[in-house]
Design a protein around this ligand. Structure first.
Ligand SMILES: [Zn+2]
Length: 220
C-alpha cells in the first residue's frame, strides 16, 4: 500500500468512528488529511461512513486544483484548504456537528479548560462567531485561528479539530465534545469550576517532564 492509499484507508476508519460516535448525523461534517502537498477530503453529499477509500477527493493545497474523479469535494473545501495553508503543522482536520458542542455555542463562548486530559491533549479551544457555512468568510475566520488553538467551536454550527494526524484530530474532537457535555451538566447546578491558568501551565510542564524522562531513558 502506498502513502496516499494508506491515508485513504485511515480516513475511512476515522470517518466511520465519527458517525458511530454520533459526532455527526446524516451527511453532516467533513474530514481531511494532508499528504505530500495534497489534501484528501470527504466528497459532498455522502454520510461520512459511506465514503469508500477511492472516493476521497484529492485537492492540491498550493493551487486548489481538484482531481476529477466525478465527485465534488465537501462544500467546506475552502475551510480545509485555508487551514492547511495557514499552518503547515496541521496534518488532519476533523469538522463535526457534535450536539453538546453546538449546545455550548448557543449559551457560551470559549470553552474553558476543566480537566487535565483536556489541558494536555487539546489546550485552549477558540471560538468563531457564526458565519454562513461553506463561504470563504468561514474559511478565513477558521484560518485566522489555526495557529492559536488546535480546536475551534463554530457558533451555532459545530467544531473544527486539527491535529498532526487523524488520530490526534479525532481524539481532540472526542475530548472537546465530552468537556462541553460535562460543562453543560454541571451548569445546571451552578457555574462550573474551571482550571486556573497556573493549573493548566502545571499540567503542560508535567507533560514536558514526562517527555524528558522518556528521552533520557532512550539515551541510556
Ligand atoms: Zn459544518
Amino acid at each position: 500500500m502506498n502513502g496516499s492509499e494508506k491515508i485513504r484507508e485511515e480516513l475511512c476508519k476515522y470517518a466511520q468512528r465519527t458517525v458511530a460516535g454520533k459526532l455527526v448525523v446524516g451527511p453532516g461534517g467533513n474530514i481531511s488529511a494532508r499528504h505530500e502537498g495534497k489534501m484528501y477530503l470527504s466528497p459532498s453529499g455522502f454520510a461520512l461512513d459511506e465514503v469508500l477509500p477511492e472516493q476521497w477527493v484529492e485537492v492540491d493545497i498550493a493551487t486548489g486544483a481538484i482531481q476529477d474523479i466525478g465527485l465534488r469535494p465537501s462544500s467546506e473545501v475552502l475551510m480545509h484548504l485555508y487551514a492547511y495553508r495557514a499552518n503547515p503543522g496541521i496534518g488532519a482536520i476533523v469538522h463535526t456537528h457534535p450536539p453538546y458542542c453546538i449546545a455550548f455555542t448557543l449559551v457560551g463562548r470559549e470553552l474553558p479548560v476543566m480537566f487535565p486530559d483536556q489541558a494536555a491533549l487539546v489546550g485552549r479551544t477558540a471560538y468563531v462567531d457564526y458565519v454562513l457555512p461553506t463561504t470563504d468568510k468561514l474559511a478565513d475566520a477558521v484560518a485566522a485561528k489555526v495557529n492559536e488553538a488546535s480546536t475551534m467551536l463554530l457558533g451555532n454550527h459545530g467544531l473544527v479539530a486539527t491535529g498532526r494526524n487523524l488520530r490526534e484530530a479525532y481524539y481532540r474532537t472526542e475530548v472537546v465534545e465530552e468537556s462541553a457535555k460535562i460543562y453543560l451538566i454541571a451548569s445546571a447546578v451552578r457555574p462550573p469550576k474551571i482550571l486556573t491558568g497556573d493549573e493548566v501551565e502545571e499540567i503542560a510542564s508535567l507533560e514536558s517532564e514526562a517527555y524528558r524522562i522518556q528521552l533520557l531513558q532512550k539515551m541510556k
